[in-house]
Ligand binder design. Structure first.
Ligand SMILES: Nc1nc2c(c(=O)[nH]1)N[C@H]1C(S)=C(S)[C@@H](COP(=O)(O)O)O[C@H]1N2
Ligand SMILES: [Mo]
Length: 304
């Protein structure tokens, strides 16, 4: 959003802020049920209508608060389809310290901010988490909110982010680079795509090298035994592109829920979040690939 539209108050994530690994641990649903939450009288005894589940770590200060926490709707935590777990293992090994050892929440399909690491408490509440990162960050503010001061009046009126939108990223070629165009006029493009939250897997990725006039279907790689509706797909495509400067590559994903990327660029918001425009690589310089064989041959003929 910053590079394509306008400066934001946010972090430069580029195309890499994505987590795709195997996590193991008990369902939050089972823990809540074991604690008596969800049984009607259990919740009523405590005089709270269970609407939100808070995850928290009180181990130390964060940049903007005294602690870290986030919450998700109670219904999502209880829904067996949503796979909300307390992970104790990542890729078959105990969590590393930096990834939340000994236990963290994992909320698939939802922005990483809710997957609280070094978890030390779970709270059932009728309100969302009071933490700064739930209340005053990770929100799509309206486009007219153009600075932090104006944002003050908006945070409490805007919903906190939950589900991540469908997206496709081009990993190769890299924006701003120079690429050599083979005589065929086609180049190979590589990337990944993620579905709209729980509506995976991604079933189609279309790629264009001519500003969207024509689209080629990419080949998808679903991840074999690790494939699930939550996993990304890796993709590769062969597209036609012309020589020149300022070339762009569009990549558009569609998932099994029918969600697709509809805009070349998403509309701007102050924090630069939830961007999923299909303009996936830009500022490419495409030059002719010099055919060394042909040059050598011509040279030899001239010498003769
Ligand atoms: N306790 C704690 N949990 C946290 C955070 C944090 O700062 N403190 N950051 C969150 C954010 S914003 C993200 S994107 C993920 C990152 O998880 P990872 O470090 O395993 O990639 O952790 C989340 N959980
Ligand atoms: Mo994050």
């Amino acid at each position: 959003m910053r590079t394509r539209i306008k400066e934001v108050v946010g972090v430069d994530w580029f195309d890499g802020a994505v987590m795709n690994c195997t996590f193991e641990g008990p369902l939050v649903r089972d823990i809540l049920l074991a604690a008596g939450v969800g049984e009607e009288d259990g919740a009523m005894q405590r005089n709270v209508v269970p609407k939100h589940i808070h995850f928290a770590n009180h181990g130390g200060k964060t940049q903007h608060d005294e602690w870290y926490g986030g919450s998700i709707p109670f219904a999502r935590a209880m829904d067996l389809e949503m796979d909300v777990i307390l992970a104790v293992k990542m890729n078959g090994l105990p969590l590393e310290a930096r990834h939340g050892f000994p236990v963290r929440a994992i909320v698939p399909g939802v922005l990483g901010a809710r997957s609280v690491k070094w978890l030390d408490s779970i709270t059932v509440s009728d309100q969302e988490s009071p933490c700064f990162y739930q209340q005053r960050d990770y929100k799509v503010l309206p486009p007219e909110v153009s600075d932090s001061k104006t944002a003050e009046g908006y945070w409490s009126r805007c919903p906190s982010m939950l589900e991540m939108p469908i997206n496709a990223c081009v990993a190769w070629p890299v924006s701003g680079s120079t690429i050599k165009l083979p005589a065929s006029g086609f180049i190979e493009v590589l990337g990944y795509a993620v579905p709209q939250s729980s509506h995976g897997p991604v079933i189609r990725v279309q790629v264009s090298g001519d500003e969207g006039k024509t689209w080629s279907d990419a080949q998808l790689e679903h991840g074999g035994k690790y494939a699930s509706k939550w996993t990304w797909v890796l993709w590769n495509a062969r597209i036609k592109i012309e020589k020149g400067e300022g070339r762009r590559i569009f990549a558009k994903a569609t998932d099994s829920g029918g969600y697709t990327q509809t805009e070349e660029r998403s509309s701007w918001n102050l924090r630069g979040v939830a961007y999923n425009g299909y303009e996936a690589a830009f500022d490419l310089t495409v030059i002719e690939e010099v055919d060394r064989q042909a040059v050598t041959t011509r040279f030899d003929v001239a010498r003769l």
